[in-house]
Design a protein around this ligand. Structure first.
Ligand SMILES: [Zn+2]
Length: 375
């Protein structure tokens, strides 16, 4: 963690600290919410900062101390594109929370193979609005995790500088909206697609059968049980079950034997039910489209918000598609709140990493706008 030791009394005047250090006050407050008395977390510094430094006794000493600490400017990982499996994702989250201590993360459930499913939170504790964003429900859509993780870093860096992006003040968004982000819903599936069954220490026989004996696992979409996690939700699930071709576990499209049988789907459901967000954004790949309606259950605001999303991305808004039992379908159906499925990129899944820059360039505006709520 990037921090410095200070005399506890100095922390009582956060406004003064914010002025001296030129870091927005809401970030300092959020970063130090659960800090020890003599520790002051400071976003935007190198992870190694502060560990060896003596404690600051005055504001002046503090300013000098902070200025001496290594900053983040030349950290390449902040702007690089990276593919994430379950392991590198964890390292990436740790790094982000170290450098930007106003970011927290915790485990919301575990996959079939017992891997943790993480939620990251960014935003003021008592923010009025909440937005939930997730990625990699589908294993062969792992590029969505890369896009989301890169955007989180862009958001954190912009917060520290508080420079306008897409006409938004990042700090205003931070105060307005608390973000709930699940960057990797299907860790087992993504690890399978990226590394194959050997890496997971699994017997090939059942997997090969579910995979219809294809030479590799690149097109695997389901979780490791062969259930499509985005067909697992209790909203007209029976219709989906009846009409989907696979009648047994498969690398794609099998809705399971009942809704929410899979631990990944149950974890996502529980997260939402515990505290339903005002807006939900699910990242998938294929088609440069954004689905925003569901059988008329969507709220009126969705029709306005989709226009902003379209304008910022060049993607096309589509009100209704023939879909049931999806995470977003269920959310709109049961809560009557805004839900969007963003289909990144075009081509054949998995989309190659060469498309990353283009995808990122088009989709980042949607992620920014998803934090903003009209008056
Ligand atoms: Zn998908």
């Amino acid at each position: 963690m990037a921090f410095i030791y200070i005399k506890p009394e100095l922390k009582q005047d956060m406004t003064r600290l914010s002025d001296i250090l030129n870091i927005p006050e809401p970030l300092l407050i959020s970063a130090n919410l659960h800090a020890d008395l003599d520790v002051f977390y400071f976003p935007g510094l190198h992870v190694q900062a502060g560990k060896e430094a003596p404690a600051a006794e005055t504001y002046e000493e503090m300013k000098i101390l902070v200025n001496r600490q290594p900053k983040l400017e030349h950290e390449k990982w902040l702007t690089n594109r990276a593919v994430h499996d379950s392991q590198t994702l964890k390292q990436e989250m740790e790094k982000i929370a170290d450098c930007f201590p106003f970011v927290t993360y915790h485990i919301i459930g575990r996959s079939v193979l017992g891997q943790p499913i993480y939620e990251l939170n960014i935003g003021e504790e008592n923010a009025e609005k909440r937005t939930h964003i997730n990625a990699s429900f589908h294993a062969n859509e792992w590029i969505t995790t890369s896009v989301l993780m890169k955007w989180i870093k862009e958001y954190c860096l912009s917060l520290c500088k508080d420079e306008q992006v897409f006409g938004f003040s990042p700090v205003q968004l931070f105060r307005m909206t608390k973000l709930s982000i699940v960057p990797l819903v299907n860790p087992d599936g993504v690890d399978l697609v990226l590394h194959g069954p050997g890496h997971l220490g699994l017997e090939r026989k059942t997997l090969d059968e579910m995979n219809e004996y294809q030479p590799d696992y690149r097109e695997w979409k389901a979780n490791i049980n062969g259930v499509d996690l985005n067909n697992q939700f209790p909203s007209f699930w029976e219709i989906e079950k009846q009409r989907k071709p696979p009648k047994a576990p498969s690398y794609r499209d099998y809705p399971g034997d009942a809704p929410l049988t899979e631990p990944e789907a149950a974890a996502m459901r529980n997260l939402i039910v515990r505290r339903p967000p005002d807006r939900l954004v699910a990242l998938h790949t294929q088609g440069e489209e954004i689905y925003w309606g569901y059988k008329g259950y969507e709220p009126r605001e969705s029709a306005d918000v989709i226009q902003t999303f379209e304008r910022f991305s060049g993607y096309k808004g589509v009100r209704y598609i023939d879909s049931y039992a999806g995470f977003r379908d269920w959310f709109i159906h049961h809560f009557g709140k805004e839900g969007y499925t963003v289909e990144l990129g075009k081509g054949k899944n998995p989309l190659p990493l060469e498309q990353f820059d283009d995808i990122y360039c088009k989709s980042r505006g949607i992620l920014w706008a998803s934090c903003f709520f009209e008056g």
